[in-house]
Ligand binder design. Structure first.
Ligand code: DAH
Length: 353
């Protein structure tokens, strides 16, 4: 029996020497220390041994089992180590490679441009004022000197969202322009309010909505930035100086401007401001339709009726207002020829800004 144990140990250790990977190691383990392996069989045969033989064989069998198990543990560690070495030399890490670029999210081009407009106006002393998107007919039209059936309403096709009110003035609309905010601001910063004394100098950004066919040139929604200045002794000279300076800050120091008489019901006199075409420098190109000038905003001296509707006495106070479309400026600057790109949410377009 003792000889047999010596033989078992020798064979086990010899066959272990030939094992090289984890799969072979596992079958070796089953064959040599598993439940029906030769050493384990010796243990189950102990019952048939004499009283004298039993302790000797038992002790020896234990030694052999421990030796085989120790050899197994050592081999298992060696195989694991070899596998790790192999993977380290196999996977080379080049620390000089450039890193992978992160995809940066950024602001929508319309938001970027809107913020630029507001930053310039803020530097010039305007305070940002926001007003509601849902307006009554009264604020959107009537208080701005646009009574029912006034032809100016036809230029601004309107989304009526609640026409149940019998009184025309109470009908609810999506604002067609930011101008109703003028009335709200004047009423809030009224001439009688000691906390907010005149002058008012506000920039009023916001989304506007018009019930229009969507084409390359017209959208159902767009931003406007409205400006309003009200105080004593505000003149047309202030309007021209302020807006010319705005254009220089927005389009460059060399930017030339011109004012053309126009008509808006809420201003008198009214004008459009053009800036010399920054694409061709005024010599004429497709962007300015060969005129050399780009129309940038509408403006004028606040109509006395509008001042009065805002709670200001037109005999004492005067003011000027302007309204511009920042998306239009964006389109001119980047020669974007279709307004549908702006809110189309096409990542290929947006990624360019
Ligand atoms: N509300 C006008 C529009 O949407 C733009 C405008 C013109 C605003 C002249 C003004 C202004 O404040 O003075 O077409």
């Amino acid at each position: 029996m003792l000889e047999k144990l010596a033989q078992i140990e020798k064979e086990a250790l010899e066959s272990l020497a030939a094992v090289e990977d984890e799969a072979a190691l596992e079958s070796w383990r089953v064959a040599n220390i598993g439940r029906s392996s030769p050493v384990m069989n010796v243990f189950s045969q102990m019952g048939g041994l004499s009283k004298e033989e039993r302790p000797l064989v038992g002790q020896r069998a234990n030694q052999v089992k421990v030796a085989i198990e120790a050899a197994f543990a050592e081999k298992a560690a060696a195989i694991k180590d070899a596998a790790l070495q192999k993977s380290l030399t196999g996977e080379k890490l080049d620390v000089t490679l450039p890193g992978r670029a992160f995809h940066h999210g950024r602001l929508h081009p319309a938001t970027q441009n809107l913020r630029r407009v507001l930053a310039i106006l803020a530097e010039m002393g305007f305070q940002v004022y926001t007003s509601r998107d849902v307006e009554s007919d009264e604020y959107n039209f009537q208080l701005l000197n646009i009574p029912p059936h006034h032809p100016a309403r036809e230029m601004q096709d309107t989304f009526y969202i609640d026409t149940s009110a019998t009184d025309e003035a109470e009908k609810q609309v999506l604002r067609t322009h930011t101008s109703p905010g003028q009335i709200r601001a004047m009423r809030q910063f009224s001439a009688e309010n000691p906390d907010n004394p005149p002058p008012i100098r506000i920039a009023l950004p916001g989304m506007c909505y018009r019930f229009e066919q969507i084409t390359a040139r017209s959208e159902v929604q767009f931003y406007q930035v409205e400006g309003l200045v009200v105080g004593e002794n505000i003149t047309l000279g202030d309007l021209k100086g302020t807006l010319s300076e705005f254009a220089r800050r927005m389009f460059g120091r060399q930017a030339k401007t011109r004012f053309r008489a126009d008509h808006f019901p809420f201003t008198e006199p009214s004008a459009e401001m053009d800036v010399e075409c920054f694409v061709c420098g005024g010599s004429g190109c497709p962007v300015c339709k060969k005129s050399g000038w780009l129309e940038i905003l509408g403006c004028g001296m606040v109509h006395p009726t509008v001042l009065q509707n805002g709670g200001y006495d037109p005999a004492r106070y005067s003011g000027f207002a302007f309204g511009m479309g920042p998306e239009r400026q964006l389109m001119l600057r980047h020669k974007i020829n279709d307004i549908r790109y702006i809110w189309g949410n096409d990542i290929r377009f947006l990624e360019q800004f």
